[in-house]
Ligand binder design. Structure first.
Ligand code: ZN
Length: 260
């Protein structure tokens, strides 16, 4: 293997590790397997990756205290298949139980709880890039609810990834003030939509229901949404809803939720 190849493999391993935690390791094993058995890497890697994703990692992660969230359940699901495919839907057993209980209760109101980034399967302290705090199985990002163009309740979301489309409310000043103070990263999620649907607007009633249902659980530690949304959703009296600070990213495109 020449030097350029080693460098390219190393960069690829770093990227896979940042995006999926164990994808880089699977790449290394694929290299070894394909060299030993003289088979093609392009077949070995996808096969081994899927084997790990679907069959091997869930039970092993469970031994270490992380569980995979449901992918096809009726009332709780990922924004899209990319989250489970990239090993980004693992939480600790308490958070899993809480989310399933919450989604069952919300199901009575015809609400499906949609999750975005949670945590990786292994190692407390290993952050789920780019969320530095999602590193202990106790954190998860969740989508708001939206009304479609005819003002009907819908499970559609305005961005393909679930991030980056900001909900308008009666005043967006709090978010603007962080941008004005020079926190450039605050507005960065707008580059992470990977495609948008424009005719949706925030469903205040059902978004509020999700937040209230989450706050109902005694294990809840805190929840981040933008101050202007806290006000618009009439949740000013809730002490567990906090402002994440200007050094993070804005939270009028999703809810950040964490347990004790
Ligand atoms: Zn978060």
């Amino acid at each position: 293997m020449n030097v350029l190849k080693v460098v390219l493999h190393s960069i690829w391993i770093i990227i896979l590790t940042l995006l999926t935690q164990i994808g880089g390791l699977i790449w290394i094993i694929s290299l070894l397997v394909s060299t030993k058995f003289k088979t093609r890497k392009r077949f070995v890697f996808p096969a081994l990756y899927l084997l790990c994703n679907l069959i091997l990692v869930p039970p092993i992660a469970k031994l270490f205290g992380r569980e995979r969230l449901p992918v096809f359940a009726e009332h709780i699901q990922p924004r899209n298949w990319v989250y489970p495919l990239l090993f980004r839907n693992y939480v600790n057993p308490n958070l899993k139980l809480l989310l399933i209980k919450t989604s069952d209760a919300l199901g009575n109101d015809n609400i499906t709880l949609t999750y975005l980034d949670a945590n990786f399967p292994f190692i407390n302290g290993f952050p789920l890039f780019p969320h530095l705090s999602h590193n202990d199985g106790k954190k998860i990002d969740l989508s708001f609810m939206y009304l479609d163009g005819d003002n009907n309740s819908s499970n559609k979301k305005p961005s393909l990834t679930g991030y980056g489309v900001y909900a308008n409310s009666d005043n967006n000043e709090s978010s603007q003030s962080c941008i004005d103070q020079g926190y450039w990263q605050y507005d960065f999620p707008k580059y992470l939509t990977f495609g948008t649907l424009n005719d949706l607007k925030l469903d205040k009633t059902r978004t509020r229901k999700i937040i209230e249902q989450l706050l109902n659980n005694p294990e809840t530690q805190k929840l981040f949404i933008e101050p202007h949304l806290k006000h618009t959703l009439d949740l000013d009296h809730e002490p567990k809803i906090r402002f994440q600070g200007c050094q993070a990213v804005r939270h009028d495109d999703h809810i950040h939720f964490q347990i004790k």
